[in-house]
Ligand binder design. Structure first.
Ligand code: ZN
Ligand code: FE
Length: 254
């Protein structure tokens, strides 16, 4: 079993403290900054064996060096990000495994937001850490890759079991939900999700994790073949990639 605690960092980032409870090995996914992560460690496990980075952006690696110094942790990231992830120790490529004790993670290379972006997926625990690629009701901006790369990366995540719990890098659900409803106006499941998310935000709770199954029904970036969405965009004969490209461009201006 894997224990996961959500740590708020910076203005809207999430870092995740994870522990394999069979072996008591502890990791952190995307430590944005030292202080909040260190505080959570001091209240819980008092150690940190591994730092897992999804990509090189500062709001995902900002705590690497100070945490590593204090806890003697090993940094795991994409082999593509050599030279741009501070403190790198262990390089991983698509399809590789990373074991946190008895918890096996599969490394999924999901380029688009950045070229080296990876996700950590545990089939047994039904969890995936998606960084800035798949968000609750959204997807990341395309900074380094192509629209096609991002689209294919999302397709890869879509193929995982629907009961997989998705943990992403930012609390963007509210704004993402507003964009989704502007396009997918009649989706009742989407409206319910937004209502639930609003309640959580009002109570100062995170809107994640969320299952991939719920995302598939409500996140328009995963629904590029939906007839109503295509109709709304006046793209009835367009390919899924063309619809995705249009949605991503519209979101950039939203
Ligand atoms: Zn990023
Ligand atoms: Fe980010």
């Amino acid at each position: 079993m894997l224990d996961i605690s959500i740590i708020r960092c910076l203005s809207d980032n999430y870092s995740y403290l994870i522990r394999d409870n069979a072996t008591n090995l502890v990791g952190v996914v995307d430590p944005s900054e030292f202080n909040p992560v260190n505080l959570e460690i001091s209240k819980t496990y008092k150690k940190l064996d591994f730092i897992l980075n999804t990509h090189h952006h500062h709001d995902h690696v900002g705590g690497n060096i100070d945490l590593k110094k204090k806890y003697n942790s090993k940094v795991i990231c994409s082999s593509y990000d050599e030279g741009r992830i501070p403190g790198l120790d262990i390089k991983k490529s698509d399809g590789d495994q990373f074991s946190l004790g008895e918890t096996e993670f599969k490394i999924m290379h999901i380029p688009g937001h950045t070229l080296g972006h990876i996700a950590f997926y545990s089939q047994k625990n039904k969890v995936i850490f998606t960084g800035d690629t798949l968000f609750s009701l959204g997807c990341g901006r395309i900074f380094e890759g192509t629209f096609e790369q991002m689209f294919k990366s999302l397709e890869k995540i879509k193929s995982l079991p629907k009961n997989t719990m998705m943990y992403c890098g930012h609390e963007y659900t509210k704004n993402n939900g507003q964009f989704c409803t502007s396009i997918d106006e009649e989706n009742r499941k989407l409206q319910n999700r937004i209502k639930n998310a609003d309640d959580k935000i009002k109570n100062n709770l995170p809107t994640i994790p969320i299952t991939l199954g719920e995302e598939l029904e409500t996140n328009i970036f995963l629904r590029c073949e939906d007839k109503k969405i295509k109709n709304k965009l006046k793209m009835n004969n367009a390919s899924k990639l063309e619809v995705f490209t249009k949605l991503r461009n519209l979101k950039d201006q939203f």
